[in-house]
Design a protein around this ligand. Structure first.
Ligand code: ZN
Length: 402
């Protein structure tokens, strides 16, 4: 295997999460027990410091028909509005209708916020079901994988390009990055959003590691990747979304000088040794300790005769459940808002997914898999907390200083 970013062969294994099913595919009753498993293991590149998976599940398996909808949660929608407003402010007045391309546009939630401020929008989304939802909602969407070939079919340039999260899905990393350069106006703005590996390590948010996320970025390696394709980041900030994501602003190479804020964040990364192998070996040890602590907590509550439900059926929750081995011996079910997952079972642990509004009664304990929506969950469930229902957060980003 060679590094997906720099082609080096100097790769060293760090965290091994064992054999896991593809965690995005919740199972129909007849599929339970038939799901294939694949290695889920991190390797660190000594050349460019990119942490990545050493096994690739084919993208057609992974993104053919996923059921994740970005419009379902309120706090994500608020984030998307903020991004549209900020991109618009940065582009300023162009004396004509501005254009935006969203890569991995999902159900069109992000683009609706651009439409609201007058943009001519286009989405590219690989999931057929999700692309159809967006099109029906009035958001023009191409159902395809974004790469150089798709870019040439689209055949136009955009003032803004947005890519949230897709950058770690990408099997065709170099083709996609080239395609972004081709589709970006000379003075255009590419807004790249990705989970910040520095924060994943600090939060012990190892559940963010799954087959869909082939690559894990710090500033050092994403900047190297962008530079390799004629693009350069000139500003960025850390947003709380998904426990800590970078919102980066990128232009053609040489278009803009890096801001002081970007320089400071690069320096903080160096100070935290975020691009050194030792950090990732230590991370693996901390994750193993976390497993022991979580199992001890769940066993204790079961011993007290308490009923425990999982809160949320997020894709990342399956990494945690499967690595910890948390199944029906601890949890009765997973409770979810997204009705597309109704009646399905979690891959690996085979926990049934129930819809929150249809629950006959709450449990004694919620084991919160959707921990990244902590504030929203706590405020929506204040009436349960008042009645003594315990909410346990296996990952708690509030415990880590920003
Ligand atoms: Zn590398």
């Amino acid at each position: 295997m060679i590094c997906r970013v720099c082609d080096s062969t100097r790769l060293e294994p760090t965290l091994d999460l064992g054999l896991q099913p593809w965690c995005n595919h919740f199972l129909k009753p007849e599929e339970v027990g038939t799901e294939p498993v694949y290695p889920l293991r991190l390797v660190f590149c000594h050349q460019c410091a990119t942490t990545q998976l050493d096994y690739t599940v084919k993208k057609e398996v992974m993104f053919g028909d996923h059921t994740y909808l970005s419009g379902v949660t309120k706090s994500l929608s608020g984030h998307f509005k903020g991004v549209a407003d900020e991109v618009d402010r940065r582009l300023g007045d162009r004396g004509r209708t501005k254009t935006v391309l969203d890569i991995g546009s999902n159900d069109g939630t992000q683009l609706k916020h651009f439409q609201a401020v007058g943009y001519d929008v286009l989405g590219v989304e690989s999931s057929k079901t999700t692309a159809a939802i967006a099109t029906d909602a009035g958001v023009p969407t191409v159902n395809a994988f974004f790469n150089l070939e798709t870019a040439r079919q689209i055949g136009r340039k955009f003032d803004a390009i947005n890519a949230a999260g897709v950058f770690f899905h990408l099997e065709e990393l170099h083709s996609v990055t080239d395609a972004i350069r081709e589709c970006l106006e000379p003075d255009g703005l590419f807004c790249v959003q990705f989970l910040y590996m520095k924060r994943i390590v600090e939060n012990l948010a190892f559940d963010q590691i799954y087959h869909e996320h082939l690559l894990y970025y710090n500033l050092q390696n994403i900047e190297a990747l962008l530079n390799r394709h004629g693009l350069a980041m000139y500003d960025c900030y850390l947003a709380p979304i998904h426990g800590g994501s970078i919102i980066g602003f990128v232009g053609h190479q040489g278009a803009k000088a890096p801001t002081d804020r970007l320089r400071q964040m690069r320096a903080a990364e160096d100070a935290a040794k975020s691009n050194e192998i030792g950090t990732y070996h230590e991370f693996a040890k901390r994750v193993a300790r976390m497993k022991e602590e979580n199992l001890a907590f769940l066993a204790d509550r079961k011993k007290q005769g308490k009923r425990i439900f999982g809160m949320g059926a997020p894709v990342k929750g399956n990494t945690m459940l499967n690595y910890f081995g948390v199944g029906k011996q601890y949890l009765d079910c997973l409770v979810e808002k997204n009705t597309l997952r109704k009646g399905l079972y979690s891959p690996g642990m085979h926990l049934p997914v129930l819809i929150e509004s249809e629950l006959p009664a709450p449990p004694d304990v919620y084991y919160v898999l959707a921990w990244n929506f902590k504030n929203e969950i706590l405020s929506n469930n204040q009436h349960l907390i008042d009645r003594g229902v315990e909410f346990f957060f296996p990952v708690d980003p509030d415990k880590v200083a920003a």
